[in-house]
Design a protein around this ligand. Sequence first.
Ligand SMILES: Cc1cc2nc3c(=O)[nH]c(=O)nc-3n(C[C@H](O)[C@H](O)[C@H](O)COP(=O)(O)O)c2cc1C
Length: 400
Amino acid sequence: MPWKQNPWFETVLEAQRRAKKRLPPSVYAALVAGSERGRTPDDNTNAFGELQFAPHVAGHQTDRELGTSVLGIPISIPVLISPTGVQAVHPDGEVAVARAAANRGTIMGLSSFASKPVEEVAAANPNTFFQMYWTGTREAMVQRMDRARAAGAKALIATLDWSFSIGRDWGSPAIPERLDFKAMVDFAPEALVRPTWLTQYLKSRHLPDLSAPNLQPPGGEAPTFFGAYYEWQQTPPPSWEDVAWLREAWGGPFVLKGITRVDDAKRAVDAGVDAISVSNHGGNNLDTTPATIRCLPAVAEAVGDQIEVLLDGGIRRGGDVAKALALGARAVMIGRAYLWGLAANGQTGVENVLDLLRMGLDSAVLGLGHKSIHELSRDDLYIPEGFERVLGAQKEAPTS
Ligand SMILES: Cc1cc2nc3c(=O)[nH]c(=O)nc-3n(C[C@H](O)[C@H](O)[C@H](O)COP(=O)(O)O)c2cc1C
């Protein structure tokens, strides 16, 4: 680079480049994630590029409203933090993300596999949603929900789209069970070539913690990340009755994350959820599931008047947020975008990402001639033929 680097980055892709330079390769690879051929994460991001804007040339609005609410919580931009369970990105981890989200007036989604306890995260951002998978006994799930509720979590996100599909054509790094002496010796060559990352941890006087503190049983120890994963894998998958039970057991606002099909969206309504996120887990579940932005219109059309419909997957620009809203999302959630920001520049980096999304969204609302995000509609877009995917809405086969 011939010029001095500005600590402020101007796109999420630049944050990703910086994250790649800063993070030990195995930590970076854990964030890239994906499965099998990696088609779904690619489609998640590329599909936004296929949608085209239809901007106006005059009659633009001077004042533009970007705020909305999700589950009754007012937010200044329609962008929430999606829960991600990744360790070792930054010593302040999810607490830094929560502070950034609070400073920018939005909601923090905290994974139950995350590296920081829900009490610390909810103290940093009072609008924290706690995320759980269907894992462990019902008793353990109730105990985890009670703890999150007592910490002040405002909603539960149940993430149900996971099928333990492993194997990436580009390979997965070996991640140690714990950072014991042997693991540190093995890991040292990676850490030593990433001095900025290492110095951050040395300054914080903590080594990266590879446990899941939000899954700690009363009086017991927090499981390791792999221990938590094993419990999840051993748990029989949930039925729709189980989803209704979970919803009931939580009692407060409830989001079901992972919907791509119209029939599932309708069943989620029947199970009593308040919101869904059209999501394919950022392309980390079944590879070749279509991009979420392709699935959104049919799902929003089917249930958008009964529950709140969010979308996550592939959001990298404010224009992507505008497109999701135009196709029926109330708000979006971001995953890798804020992880790149966190890796590149800690809390400031996450604020930087949220600012980029706000500015890009504002540009889109301006160019499209609107005074509010609530005016965004399909009319603002050129949608190429064959773009959309309607999953799970085939006519029922005749019975005779
Ligand atoms: C490294 C990584 C870890 C994730 N961990 C979780 C998790 O613990 N719980 C969850 O509900 N979703 C998890 N997700 C999915 C995100 O919440 C979100 O659905 C996805 O990242 C959105 O796609 P994007 O990264 O393209 O924005 C994870 C995603 C990534 C990339």
